[in-house]
Design a protein around this ligand. Structure first.
Ligand code: NAP
Length: 287
């Protein structure tokens, strides 16, 4: 069997096109230009690339985008004051603080300072709690993008066995909540999971979000499973790769996401959706 490739580039382009139309409608009918402000502290090279891509995607879809770059030695007081100012600025609908932050800054405190209705990453405890109780204001962009991919492939989630490898606050845990809400029976694995392959082999839908190239191999995949690779790693050859050994897994799975060109582009598309919806909410437009 050779798995169907789930094309995240193509699907994200369709979503961005839809966002662009809604952004224009919001502007024309309500005079509101949806706006995202990204705060980047320090010079982490990967973060700089992510932030630049987010800015470019916003501009392409007609959103106002501002990137505030602060030096690595920025004090917590200064950063929190900036976020408070952005919370009060009605032209800013979404605020994103690029993670990771330099070690002297308390990530939790910083995220908790963002007003929940502008927290387009969906990381604030209030948004995480709303996701858990079934009424999310924002779903975190990466798992939200994965759900859109599964939807576009008409994957049946009700009653399906979904296994997620990786249990971080930003990917694995919210992914579990979204799959659970869609009716799947969810298993969430972490680094202490005793027999990882025994878990993954049960999965109708397998999501890998660990950050270790090749941790999922074809013999760990149930024949016919849908495999979603969230991982973004740099392989020994210097090329981008996921957590899934694509060659062996795609011989067993029914559908699979590539890296690059899979979940990555979807994450940015869903950030635009969340920002647009924050702006629509500010105009009291029913979603
Ligand atoms: P993270 O915070 O480092 O979390 C990794 C998770 O994997 C943890 O829950 C950890 O378990 C678990 N883990 C580690 N080794 C394991 C093992 N041997 N077996 C099972 N689980 C194991 O990482 P993250 O931020 O969630 O990111 C994960 C990957 O996704 C990275 O490659 C990242 O670059 C990528 N990512 C991609 C996107 C995208 O847009 N495509 C977005 C975000 C992240 P413990 O909880 O026990 O430590």
């Amino acid at each position: 069997m050779s798995a169907r490739i789930i094309d995240g580039k193509k699907l994200s382009a369709q979503i961005k096109e839809d966002v662009a139309q809604r952004v224009q409608a919001l502007q024309q009918k309500h005079g509101i230009q949806a706006g995202l402000t990204v705060v980047l502290v320090g010079e982490d090279p990967a973060s700089q690339v992510y932030v630049r891509n987010k800015g470019l995607a916003c501009e392409a879809a007609g959103l106002k985008s501002e990137i505030i770059r602060l030096p690595a030695d920025t004090t917590e007081t200064k950063l929190l004051a900036l976020i408070t100012r952005l919370n009060q600025d009605s032209s800013v609908h979404g605020i994103l603080v690029q993670l990771p932050l330099p070690a002297h800054l308390d990530e939790h405190k910083v995220i908790e300072t963002i007003a929940p209705h502008k927290d387009v990453d969906g990381f604030h405890v209030s948004n995480a709690g709303m996701l858990m109780t079934g009424k999310p204001l924002f779903a975190p962009c990466t798992p939200y993008g994965v759900m859109k991919m599964l939807e576009s492939e008409n994957v049946t989630l009700r009653g399906a066995e979904a296994v997620i490898v990786g249990a971080s606050n930003i990917v694995g845990k919210p992914m579990a909540m979204l799959l659970l809400a869609a009716g799947a029976t969810v298993t969430l694995c972490n680094s202490k999971t005793r027999d990882l392959a025994a878990q993954t082999r049960r999965a109708d839908v397998l999501v890998a979000a660990v950050g270790r190239p090749g941790i999922i191999t074809g013999d760990m995949v149930k024949p016919g499973a849908v495999v979603i690779d969230v991982g973004i790693n740099r392989g020994a050859d210097g090329k981008l790769c996921g957590d899934v050994d694509f060659a062996s897994a795609s011989a067993v799975a029914s559908a699979i996401t590539p890296v690059p060109g899979g979940v990555g582009p979807m994450t940015i598309a869903m950030l635009l959706v969340n920002t647009l919806e924050a702006a629509e909410r500010s105009a009291n437009i029913s979603l």
